[in-house]
Ligand binder design. Structure first.
Ligand code: NAD
Ligand code: ZN
Length: 235
């Protein structure tokens, strides 16, 4: 991968769960993505929360504990350095909720699936960061109205935050390089972003140990783990 030609150009980086895998955060579709034999698709939904908010929160609390023990890896570090050093426009669009990109020093981030350290009231909608761990009771309650707090993330079947997606689409349409790291590129509408970038003339590079639906469209596919592949690149 030769990034010299993208100096001072417009770069968008799109990341998924794979960028955090080497930090120890399980992906949903990997072997260690299960929790008490539940699949993520059975817990990360509005109907699961309506049915059993305590169970859903127990899972999120387990994930918060897991993430709290994780550090950013060389892939997060590389992406933060790229933003700082390349000298042009930059936007990081992440599907991750773990906050590791910010920890690594990335600043221009759009978190299209929210953040696991945020909570939002399911009744009055009030939202804020809340890093309490563990909560004294589950599910936690809203100070303002007494309603149930829910994790500030986007669940399966919910629409993505409009403003964040607007920024992501606009950036994808006008970038010169899109670097897609650790995402299976099957979850829409985020999976449209590389297609849109390609159609608008961008150079698309994928970093993933496996082939994905994006592979045929990418100009370059770097097969390997994100931390190993990106950790070796000098800027
Ligand atoms: P996903 O669909 O983005 O798939 C993970 C991808 O990462 C796969 O294509 C896999 O081949 C690749 N991968 C695995 N190890 C890798 C490595 N070391 N380097 C590079 N690529 C690697 O993600 P998912 O797990 O199916 O999750 C779907 C959604 O759930 C996410 O988009 C996110 O919103 C949420 N989620 C977030 C986190 C997190 O915040 N870290 C973790 C799990 C799930
Ligand atoms: Zn409330």
């Amino acid at each position: 991968m030769d990034l010299a030609k993208f100096q001072r150009k417009n770069i968008v980086v799109l990341t998924g769960a794979g960028v955090s895998a080497e930090s120890g955060v399980p992906t949903f579709r990997g072997e260690d993505g299960l929790w008490r034999n539940y699949r993520a698709e059975d817990l990360a939904t509005p109907s699961a929360f309506a049915r059993d908010p305590q169970l859903v929160w127990e899972w999120y609390q387990w994930r918060r504990e897991l993430i709290a023990a994780c550090k950013a890896n060389p892939a997060h570090d590389f992406i933060a350095r790229l933003e700082r050093d390349h000298g042009g426009d930059f936007l990081l669009v992440t599907q991750n909720v773990d906050g590791l990109h910010r920890l690594a020093g990335s600043r221009k981030i759009v978190e299209v699936h929210g953040n696991i350290w945020d909570v939002r009231c399911a009744s009055c909608g009030a939202g804020r960061e809340d890093r309490t761990l563990p909560f004294p009771e589950l599910p936690p309650k809203c100070d303002a109205c007494g309603g149930l707090l829910r994790p500030g993330v986007v669940w399966f079947g919910e629409s993505l935050p409009e403003e964040a997606m607007g920024m992501a689409f606009a950036a994808a349409e006008s970038c010169d390089l899109m670097l897609v790291v650790g995402t299976s590129a099957v979850v829409y509408p985020v999976a449209y972003l590389p297609q849109l970038a390609k159609r608008a003339g961008a150079y698309v590079i994928e970093v993933n140990p496996d082939e994905t639906p994006l592979t045929p469209l990418a100009d370059e596919s770097l097969r390997g783990k994100a931390g190993e592949v990106l950790g070796e690149i000098k800027l």
